[in-house]
Design a protein around this ligand. Structure first.
Ligand code: GLY
Ligand code: MN
Ligand code: MN
Length: 476
Protein backbone atom coordinates (compact mmCIF):
# COMPACT_ATOMS: atom_id res chain seq x y z
CA UNK A 1 0.00 0.00 0.00
CA UNK A 2 1.19 3.48 -0.68
CA UNK A 3 -0.20 6.99 -0.36
CA UNK A 4 -2.55 8.13 -3.08
CA UNK A 5 -0.35 10.29 -5.32
CA UNK A 6 -2.90 10.55 -8.10
CA UNK A 7 -4.85 13.31 -6.40
CA UNK A 8 -1.91 15.17 -4.97
CA UNK A 9 -0.86 18.45 -6.53
CA UNK A 10 2.68 18.79 -7.82
CA UNK A 11 5.30 18.74 -5.08
CA UNK A 12 6.58 22.14 -4.02
CA UNK A 13 10.19 22.94 -4.79
CA UNK A 14 11.42 22.99 -1.14
CA UNK A 15 11.53 19.50 0.33
CA UNK A 16 9.95 19.17 3.75
CA UNK A 17 11.78 17.26 6.52
CA UNK A 18 9.42 14.37 5.83
CA UNK A 19 10.46 14.38 2.18
CA UNK A 20 14.13 14.24 3.11
CA UNK A 21 13.57 11.02 5.08
CA UNK A 22 13.77 8.14 2.58
CA UNK A 23 11.15 6.34 4.60
CA UNK A 24 8.61 9.14 4.17
CA UNK A 25 6.32 9.27 1.15
CA UNK A 26 6.91 12.24 -1.15
CA UNK A 27 3.66 14.07 -1.65
CA UNK A 28 1.76 17.21 -0.93
CA UNK A 29 -1.89 17.32 -0.01
CA UNK A 30 -4.66 19.80 -0.77
CA UNK A 31 -5.50 22.47 1.83
CA UNK A 32 -9.13 21.36 1.92
CA UNK A 33 -8.15 17.80 2.69
CA UNK A 34 -5.67 18.92 5.35
CA UNK A 35 -8.33 21.11 7.04
CA UNK A 36 -10.83 18.28 6.99
CA UNK A 37 -8.37 16.03 8.80
CA UNK A 38 -7.72 18.41 11.71
CA UNK A 39 -10.64 17.51 13.94
CA UNK A 40 -13.08 14.84 14.92
CA UNK A 41 -10.62 12.26 16.17
CA UNK A 42 -10.75 10.51 19.54
CA UNK A 43 -7.86 8.79 21.32
CA UNK A 44 -6.11 5.71 19.91
CA UNK A 45 -4.87 2.94 22.21
CA UNK A 46 -1.29 3.96 23.04
CA UNK A 47 -0.43 1.45 25.72
CA UNK A 48 3.19 0.29 25.39
CA UNK A 49 3.34 -3.48 24.81
CA UNK A 50 5.92 -4.17 27.47
CA UNK A 51 6.78 -7.73 28.47
CA UNK A 52 5.86 -8.21 32.15
CA UNK A 53 8.80 -7.38 34.38
CA UNK A 54 10.86 -5.90 31.54
CA UNK A 55 10.95 -2.36 32.93
CA UNK A 56 12.28 -3.42 36.33
CA UNK A 57 14.81 -5.79 34.78
CA UNK A 58 16.05 -3.05 32.43
CA UNK A 59 16.38 -0.60 35.34
CA UNK A 60 18.55 -3.13 37.17
CA UNK A 61 20.66 -3.61 34.04
CA UNK A 62 21.17 0.17 33.77
CA UNK A 63 22.33 0.12 37.38
CA UNK A 64 24.92 -2.55 36.59
CA UNK A 65 26.18 -0.59 33.56
CA UNK A 66 26.35 2.60 35.62
CA UNK A 67 28.50 0.86 38.23
CA UNK A 68 30.75 -0.61 35.55
CA UNK A 69 31.40 2.75 33.83
CA UNK A 70 31.43 5.45 36.53
CA UNK A 71 31.74 9.02 35.26
CA UNK A 72 31.29 8.07 31.59
CA UNK A 73 28.60 9.50 29.35
CA UNK A 74 26.99 6.59 27.56
CA UNK A 75 24.56 6.40 24.66
CA UNK A 76 22.96 3.32 23.21
CA UNK A 77 20.76 3.64 20.14
CA UNK A 78 17.89 1.30 19.31
CA UNK A 79 18.62 1.61 15.60
CA UNK A 80 16.32 1.66 12.62
CA UNK A 81 14.90 -1.02 10.35
CA UNK A 82 16.91 -1.37 7.15
CA UNK A 83 15.11 -0.46 3.96
CA UNK A 84 14.01 -3.22 1.65
CA UNK A 85 13.10 -1.09 -1.37
CA UNK A 86 11.90 2.46 -1.87
CA UNK A 87 9.74 3.28 1.18
CA UNK A 88 9.39 -0.33 2.36
CA UNK A 89 11.39 -1.29 5.42
CA UNK A 90 12.17 -4.68 6.93
CA UNK A 91 10.65 -5.44 10.32
CA UNK A 92 12.28 -3.45 13.08
CA UNK A 93 14.24 -5.32 15.74
CA UNK A 94 15.99 -3.18 18.33
CA UNK A 95 19.69 -3.32 19.08
CA UNK A 96 20.26 -6.02 21.71
CA UNK A 97 22.13 -3.77 24.16
CA UNK A 98 19.29 -1.25 23.91
CA UNK A 99 16.79 -4.01 24.67
CA UNK A 100 18.81 -5.11 27.70
CA UNK A 101 18.90 -1.54 29.02
CA UNK A 102 15.37 -0.36 28.10
CA UNK A 103 13.28 -3.53 27.95
CA UNK A 104 11.35 -2.83 24.77
CA UNK A 105 11.88 -2.03 21.08
CA UNK A 106 11.49 1.66 20.16
CA UNK A 107 12.71 2.52 16.68
CA UNK A 108 15.07 5.51 16.45
CA UNK A 109 15.19 5.93 20.24
CA UNK A 110 18.47 6.58 22.07
CA UNK A 111 19.17 5.88 25.73
CA UNK A 112 21.65 8.29 27.29
CA UNK A 113 23.22 7.82 30.71
CA UNK A 114 24.67 11.10 32.00
CA UNK A 115 27.04 10.98 34.96
CA UNK A 116 25.24 12.27 38.06
CA UNK A 117 25.76 12.11 41.77
CA UNK A 118 25.50 8.50 42.86
CA UNK A 119 25.78 7.11 39.34
CA UNK A 120 23.99 8.18 36.18
CA UNK A 121 20.80 9.94 35.11
CA UNK A 122 19.03 7.94 32.43
CA UNK A 123 17.12 9.70 29.66
CA UNK A 124 15.35 8.06 26.78
CA UNK A 125 15.23 10.25 23.67
CA UNK A 126 12.60 9.20 21.19
CA UNK A 127 10.69 10.50 18.20
CA UNK A 128 7.18 11.71 18.94
CA UNK A 129 4.44 9.90 17.04
CA UNK A 130 2.16 11.89 14.75
CA UNK A 131 -1.28 12.16 16.27
CA UNK A 132 -4.53 13.95 15.41
CA UNK A 133 -3.67 17.61 14.86
CA UNK A 134 -0.30 16.80 13.25
CA UNK A 135 -0.13 16.64 9.48
CA UNK A 136 1.94 13.49 9.90
CA UNK A 137 -1.09 11.81 11.49
CA UNK A 138 -2.45 11.12 8.04
CA UNK A 139 0.58 11.73 5.82
CA UNK A 140 3.37 9.75 7.50
CA UNK A 141 3.32 6.07 6.65
CA UNK A 142 6.17 5.74 9.13
CA UNK A 143 4.85 7.30 12.33
CA UNK A 144 1.33 8.48 11.57
CA UNK A 145 -1.21 6.83 13.82
CA UNK A 146 -3.66 6.68 10.95
CA UNK A 147 -1.19 4.53 9.03
CA UNK A 148 0.34 2.30 11.68
CA UNK A 149 -2.10 2.39 14.62
CA UNK A 150 -1.75 3.96 18.04
CA UNK A 151 1.88 4.60 19.00
CA UNK A 152 3.09 5.14 22.57
CA UNK A 153 4.74 8.52 22.97
CA UNK A 154 7.03 10.16 25.47
CA UNK A 155 4.49 10.25 28.29
CA UNK A 156 3.33 6.65 27.84
CA UNK A 157 6.90 5.33 27.75
CA UNK A 158 7.93 7.47 30.73
CA UNK A 159 5.12 5.94 32.78
CA UNK A 160 5.59 2.38 31.61
CA UNK A 161 9.39 2.37 31.89
CA UNK A 162 9.70 4.70 34.89
CA UNK A 163 12.28 6.56 32.83
CA UNK A 164 12.78 10.21 31.91
CA UNK A 165 11.86 10.77 28.26
CA UNK A 166 12.70 13.68 25.97
CA UNK A 167 12.05 14.38 22.27
CA UNK A 168 14.78 13.04 20.01
CA UNK A 169 15.26 16.55 18.57
CA UNK A 170 16.79 17.57 21.92
CA UNK A 171 19.60 15.08 21.49
CA UNK A 172 21.81 17.60 19.78
CA UNK A 173 24.94 16.62 21.69
CA UNK A 174 27.61 15.80 19.22
CA UNK A 175 28.77 12.25 19.43
CA UNK A 176 32.31 13.29 20.26
CA UNK A 177 31.35 14.29 23.79
CA UNK A 178 29.80 10.92 24.49
CA UNK A 179 31.66 8.01 26.03
CA UNK A 180 34.42 7.10 23.62
CA UNK A 181 32.65 6.02 20.47
CA UNK A 182 29.32 5.27 22.14
CA UNK A 183 26.90 3.50 19.86
CA UNK A 184 24.96 6.64 19.09
CA UNK A 185 23.66 6.70 15.54
CA UNK A 186 26.09 8.66 13.41
CA UNK A 187 29.10 8.12 15.63
CA UNK A 188 31.65 5.36 15.64
CA UNK A 189 30.50 2.49 17.85
CA UNK A 190 32.57 2.11 20.97
CA UNK A 191 34.35 -1.22 21.20
CA UNK A 192 34.90 -0.58 24.90
CA UNK A 193 31.22 0.01 25.63
CA UNK A 194 30.25 -3.00 23.52
CA UNK A 195 32.69 -5.17 25.45
CA UNK A 196 31.48 -4.01 28.85
CA UNK A 197 27.83 -4.58 27.92
CA UNK A 198 28.60 -7.95 26.40
CA UNK A 199 30.37 -9.12 29.54
CA UNK A 200 27.64 -7.78 31.83
CA UNK A 201 25.05 -9.64 29.78
CA UNK A 202 26.80 -12.98 30.41
CA UNK A 203 25.20 -13.42 33.81
CA UNK A 204 21.44 -13.72 33.48
CA UNK A 205 19.21 -12.57 36.32
CA UNK A 206 16.04 -14.39 37.40
CA UNK A 207 13.85 -12.43 35.00
CA UNK A 208 16.11 -13.21 32.06
CA UNK A 209 16.21 -16.90 32.97
CA UNK A 210 12.40 -16.92 33.09
CA UNK A 211 12.31 -15.33 29.63
CA UNK A 212 14.78 -17.89 28.27
CA UNK A 213 12.86 -20.74 29.87
CA UNK A 214 9.65 -19.48 28.24
CA UNK A 215 11.44 -19.10 24.88
CA UNK A 216 12.61 -22.71 25.11
CA UNK A 217 9.14 -23.95 26.09
CA UNK A 218 7.62 -22.04 23.18
CA UNK A 219 10.26 -23.53 20.90
CA UNK A 220 9.52 -27.07 22.01
CA UNK A 221 5.83 -26.46 21.23
CA UNK A 222 7.02 -25.29 17.82
CA UNK A 223 9.01 -28.51 17.32
CA UNK A 224 5.80 -30.45 17.93
CA UNK A 225 3.84 -28.32 15.44
CA UNK A 226 6.60 -28.66 12.86
CA UNK A 227 7.19 -32.39 13.23
CA UNK A 228 3.43 -32.95 12.93
CA UNK A 229 3.68 -31.43 9.45
CA UNK A 230 6.34 -33.85 8.17
CA UNK A 231 3.82 -36.03 6.26
CA UNK A 232 2.41 -32.92 4.61
CA UNK A 233 5.92 -31.64 3.78
CA UNK A 234 6.77 -34.98 2.17
CA UNK A 235 3.64 -34.79 0.02
CA UNK A 236 3.99 -31.12 -0.86
CA UNK A 237 6.02 -28.17 0.30
CA UNK A 238 9.22 -29.83 1.45
CA UNK A 239 11.67 -28.08 3.77
CA UNK A 240 10.10 -24.68 3.13
CA UNK A 241 6.74 -25.92 4.46
CA UNK A 242 8.37 -26.93 7.74
CA UNK A 243 10.34 -23.67 7.96
CA UNK A 244 7.11 -21.75 7.42
CA UNK A 245 5.31 -23.83 10.02
CA UNK A 246 7.85 -22.99 12.71
CA UNK A 247 8.14 -19.36 11.64
CA UNK A 248 4.38 -18.90 11.86
CA UNK A 249 4.39 -20.46 15.32
CA UNK A 250 7.23 -18.19 16.45
CA UNK A 251 5.55 -15.09 15.09
CA UNK A 252 2.29 -16.08 16.76
CA UNK A 253 3.59 -16.81 20.25
CA UNK A 254 6.56 -14.41 20.28
CA UNK A 255 8.30 -11.71 18.29
CA UNK A 256 9.38 -14.20 15.65
CA UNK A 257 12.39 -16.44 15.19
CA UNK A 258 15.67 -15.72 16.97
CA UNK A 259 17.61 -16.63 13.80
CA UNK A 260 16.70 -18.01 10.42
CA UNK A 261 15.11 -21.42 10.87
CA UNK A 262 17.31 -24.26 9.60
CA UNK A 263 15.50 -27.21 8.02
CA UNK A 264 17.78 -29.74 6.36
CA UNK A 265 16.55 -32.99 4.84
CA UNK A 266 19.00 -35.67 3.76
CA UNK A 267 22.04 -34.18 2.02
CA UNK A 268 21.09 -30.76 3.41
CA UNK A 269 21.31 -31.90 7.05
CA UNK A 270 25.15 -31.72 7.13
CA UNK A 271 25.09 -28.14 5.77
CA UNK A 272 25.47 -26.09 8.95
CA UNK A 273 23.47 -23.06 7.87
CA UNK A 274 20.98 -24.59 5.44
CA UNK A 275 18.61 -21.63 5.68
CA UNK A 276 17.69 -21.84 2.00
CA UNK A 277 15.36 -24.69 2.87
CA UNK A 278 14.22 -25.14 -0.70
CA UNK A 279 14.53 -28.90 -0.99
CA UNK A 280 12.02 -31.71 -0.68
CA UNK A 281 11.67 -33.74 2.51
CA UNK A 282 12.98 -37.22 1.79
CA UNK A 283 10.88 -39.76 3.72
CA UNK A 284 13.86 -42.12 4.05
CA UNK A 285 16.38 -39.54 5.25
CA UNK A 286 17.23 -37.64 8.40
CA UNK A 287 15.68 -34.25 8.96
CA UNK A 288 17.66 -31.67 10.97
CA UNK A 289 15.63 -28.91 12.61
CA UNK A 290 17.51 -26.01 14.28
CA UNK A 291 14.89 -23.56 15.53
CA UNK A 292 14.31 -20.90 18.17
CA UNK A 293 11.43 -18.67 19.22
CA UNK A 294 12.38 -15.11 20.13
CA UNK A 295 10.10 -13.68 22.81
CA UNK A 296 8.81 -10.11 22.63
CA UNK A 297 11.54 -9.30 25.16
CA UNK A 298 14.13 -10.36 22.56
CA UNK A 299 15.35 -13.49 24.40
CA UNK A 300 15.66 -16.50 22.13
CA UNK A 301 16.00 -20.25 22.34
CA UNK A 302 18.36 -22.22 20.08
CA UNK A 303 17.46 -25.91 19.89
CA UNK A 304 18.31 -28.65 17.41
CA UNK A 305 17.07 -32.17 17.01
CA UNK A 306 17.58 -34.57 14.13
CA UNK A 307 14.62 -36.76 13.26
CA UNK A 308 14.13 -39.71 10.95
CA UNK A 309 11.46 -38.38 8.60
CA UNK A 310 9.95 -41.89 8.51
CA UNK A 311 9.68 -41.98 12.31
CA UNK A 312 12.27 -44.80 12.59
CA UNK A 313 16.05 -44.44 12.43
CA UNK A 314 17.85 -46.79 10.05
CA UNK A 315 20.79 -48.70 11.48
CA UNK A 316 23.40 -46.31 10.08
CA UNK A 317 21.40 -43.19 11.02
CA UNK A 318 21.09 -44.53 14.56
CA UNK A 319 24.81 -45.31 14.70
CA UNK A 320 25.67 -41.68 13.92
CA UNK A 321 22.98 -40.35 16.25
CA UNK A 322 24.21 -42.56 19.11
CA UNK A 323 27.75 -41.19 18.78
CA UNK A 324 26.52 -37.60 18.75
CA UNK A 325 24.33 -38.36 21.78
CA UNK A 326 27.39 -39.73 23.59
CA UNK A 327 29.37 -36.60 22.74
CA UNK A 328 26.44 -34.45 23.85
CA UNK A 329 26.18 -36.20 27.21
CA UNK A 330 29.94 -35.79 27.70
CA UNK A 331 29.61 -32.08 26.92
CA UNK A 332 26.70 -31.58 29.33
CA UNK A 333 28.66 -33.34 32.08
CA UNK A 334 31.50 -30.86 31.57
CA UNK A 335 29.31 -27.77 32.07
CA UNK A 336 29.08 -26.30 35.55
CA UNK A 337 30.26 -23.49 37.80
CA UNK A 338 34.03 -23.25 37.98
CA UNK A 339 34.56 -25.36 34.85
CA UNK A 340 36.76 -23.95 32.10
CA UNK A 341 34.72 -22.71 29.12
CA UNK A 342 36.70 -25.05 26.86
CA UNK A 343 35.96 -28.17 28.97
CA UNK A 344 32.71 -29.12 27.28
CA UNK A 345 34.19 -28.50 23.85
CA UNK A 346 37.12 -30.84 24.57
CA UNK A 347 34.91 -33.44 26.27
CA UNK A 348 32.60 -33.79 23.28
CA UNK A 349 35.41 -33.64 20.72
CA UNK A 350 37.23 -36.51 22.48
CA UNK A 351 34.14 -38.69 22.15
CA UNK A 352 33.67 -37.77 18.50
CA UNK A 353 37.33 -38.28 17.63
CA UNK A 354 37.35 -41.70 19.31
CA UNK A 355 34.17 -42.74 17.51
CA UNK A 356 35.45 -41.56 14.14
CA UNK A 357 38.70 -43.43 14.79
CA UNK A 358 36.78 -46.61 15.66
CA UNK A 359 34.93 -46.30 12.36
CA UNK A 360 38.19 -45.97 10.45
CA UNK A 361 37.56 -42.37 9.46
CA UNK A 362 40.67 -40.91 11.11
CA UNK A 363 44.03 -41.74 9.62
CA UNK A 364 45.81 -40.55 12.79
CA UNK A 365 45.55 -41.56 16.45
CA UNK A 366 42.92 -39.96 18.69
CA UNK A 367 45.72 -38.28 20.65
CA UNK A 368 47.15 -36.75 17.50
CA UNK A 369 43.70 -35.62 16.37
CA UNK A 370 43.10 -33.98 19.73
CA UNK A 371 46.45 -32.16 19.67
CA UNK A 372 46.45 -28.46 18.67
CA UNK A 373 48.29 -29.23 15.45
CA UNK A 374 46.05 -32.19 14.61
CA UNK A 375 42.29 -31.64 14.73
CA UNK A 376 41.69 -33.95 11.76
CA UNK A 377 38.28 -34.94 13.20
CA UNK A 378 37.11 -31.37 12.64
CA UNK A 379 36.59 -32.28 9.01
CA UNK A 380 33.28 -33.67 10.26
CA UNK A 381 32.45 -30.81 12.66
CA UNK A 382 34.01 -27.53 11.58
CA UNK A 383 31.92 -25.41 14.00
CA UNK A 384 32.25 -24.92 17.72
CA UNK A 385 30.09 -26.91 20.10
CA UNK A 386 28.53 -24.11 22.10
CA UNK A 387 28.00 -20.44 22.79
CA UNK A 388 26.34 -18.05 25.19
CA UNK A 389 22.62 -17.58 24.62
CA UNK A 390 20.39 -14.64 25.53
CA UNK A 391 18.97 -11.68 23.62
CA UNK A 392 21.23 -12.76 20.78
CA UNK A 393 21.48 -16.35 19.67
CA UNK A 394 25.26 -15.96 19.75
CA UNK A 395 25.12 -13.81 22.83
CA UNK A 396 27.91 -11.79 24.43
CA UNK A 397 30.05 -12.04 21.28
CA UNK A 398 31.80 -8.70 21.92
CA UNK A 399 33.34 -10.00 25.15
CA UNK A 400 37.09 -10.26 25.47
CA UNK A 401 38.70 -13.65 24.97
CA UNK A 402 39.63 -13.67 28.65
CA UNK A 403 36.01 -13.16 29.71
CA UNK A 404 34.55 -15.66 27.21
CA UNK A 405 36.62 -18.51 25.79
CA UNK A 406 39.34 -18.08 28.40
CA UNK A 407 37.01 -17.87 31.40
CA UNK A 408 35.49 -20.25 33.89
CA UNK A 409 31.75 -20.75 33.91
CA UNK A 410 29.67 -19.03 36.54
CA UNK A 411 26.21 -19.49 37.95
CA UNK A 412 23.72 -17.53 35.84
CA UNK A 413 25.34 -18.18 32.48
CA UNK A 414 23.08 -19.73 29.83
CA UNK A 415 24.59 -21.51 26.88
CA UNK A 416 23.71 -23.63 23.89
CA UNK A 417 25.57 -26.96 23.70
CA UNK A 418 25.55 -28.40 20.21
CA UNK A 419 27.89 -31.18 19.13
CA UNK A 420 27.20 -32.85 15.80
CA UNK A 421 28.63 -34.91 12.98
CA UNK A 422 28.34 -33.85 9.37
CA UNK A 423 29.13 -36.20 6.49
CA UNK A 424 28.66 -34.26 3.32
CA UNK A 425 27.11 -35.98 0.33
CA UNK A 426 30.17 -35.00 -1.72
CA UNK A 427 32.80 -36.14 0.81
CA UNK A 428 34.59 -38.90 -1.06
CA UNK A 429 36.61 -39.96 2.01
CA UNK A 430 33.64 -41.47 3.84
CA UNK A 431 31.81 -44.70 3.00
CA UNK A 432 28.80 -44.18 0.70
CA UNK A 433 26.33 -45.18 3.43
CA UNK A 434 27.48 -42.27 5.61
CA UNK A 435 27.39 -39.65 2.87
CA UNK A 436 24.58 -37.18 3.26
CA UNK A 437 24.07 -37.85 6.98
CA UNK A 438 24.16 -34.91 9.36
CA UNK A 439 23.20 -35.03 13.02
CA UNK A 440 23.20 -32.21 15.58
CA UNK A 441 21.87 -32.24 19.13
CA UNK A 442 21.50 -28.80 20.63
CA UNK A 443 20.26 -28.04 24.13
CA UNK A 444 19.97 -24.78 26.06
CA UNK A 445 21.63 -25.04 29.45
CA UNK A 446 21.72 -22.85 32.54
CA UNK A 447 24.72 -22.97 34.84
CA UNK A 448 23.40 -23.31 38.39
CA UNK A 449 25.17 -23.00 41.75
CA UNK A 450 25.84 -26.73 41.81
CA UNK A 451 25.73 -27.87 38.18
CA UNK A 452 23.36 -27.38 35.28
CA UNK A 453 19.72 -27.19 34.34
CA UNK A 454 18.95 -28.30 30.80
CA UNK A 455 16.14 -25.95 29.81
CA UNK A 456 15.26 -27.99 26.73
CA UNK A 457 15.17 -31.39 28.47
CA UNK A 458 11.52 -31.93 27.49
CA UNK A 459 12.86 -32.97 24.08
CA UNK A 460 14.60 -36.36 24.22
CA UNK A 461 18.18 -36.73 23.04
CA UNK A 462 18.35 -40.49 22.51
CA UNK A 463 17.22 -42.23 19.33
CA UNK A 464 14.55 -44.35 21.06
CA UNK A 465 13.22 -41.29 22.89
CA UNK A 466 13.06 -39.28 19.68
CA UNK A 467 11.14 -42.04 17.90
CA UNK A 468 8.69 -42.27 20.80
CA UNK A 469 8.30 -38.48 20.93
CA UNK A 470 7.52 -38.41 17.19
CA UNK A 471 4.89 -41.10 17.69
CA UNK A 472 3.33 -38.98 20.44
CA UNK A 473 3.29 -35.90 18.23
CA UNK A 474 1.64 -37.67 15.30
CA UNK A 475 -0.93 -39.30 17.65
CA UNK A 476 -1.68 -36.00 19.37
N1 GLY B 1 21.31 -21.81 15.04
C1 GLY B 1 22.57 -21.24 15.18
C2 GLY B 1 23.38 -21.99 16.10
O1 GLY B 1 23.07 -23.10 16.42
O2 GLY B 1 24.35 -21.52 16.63
MN1 MN C 1 21.10 -23.75 16.62
MN1 MN D 1 23.63 -22.71 18.59
Amino acid sequence: MTLDHAHAPAASSMPTPAERDPRMPRLTLSPGFIRSMQSGWGEADRTPRLPAGAAAAAAAHRGRLSEAMPGKRIAVAAGRAPMRANDNAYDFRADSDFLWLVGTMIEDAVLVLDPASGGHLATLYLPAPFRPGDDGFFSSALRGEMWVGGIPGLREYADALDLRTRPIEELTTDAGTLCAGASLAGSAPSAELARVLSELRMIKDDWEVAELRAAVDDTIDGFASTVAEIPQAIRFGGERWLQGTFDRHARTVGNGVGYTTIVGSGAHAPILHWVRADGPVDPEALLLLDMGVERNSGYTADVTRTFPASGQFTTVQRQVHDLVEKAHRAALAAVGPGREWSDFHVASMEVLAQGLHDWGLLDVSVDEAMSPDGQQHRRFIVCGVGHHLGIDVHDCASSSYAAYQGARMQEGMVLAVEPGLYFHAFDETVPPELRGIGVRLEDDVRVTASGTEVLSSALPIDADGIEAWMTGVSAG
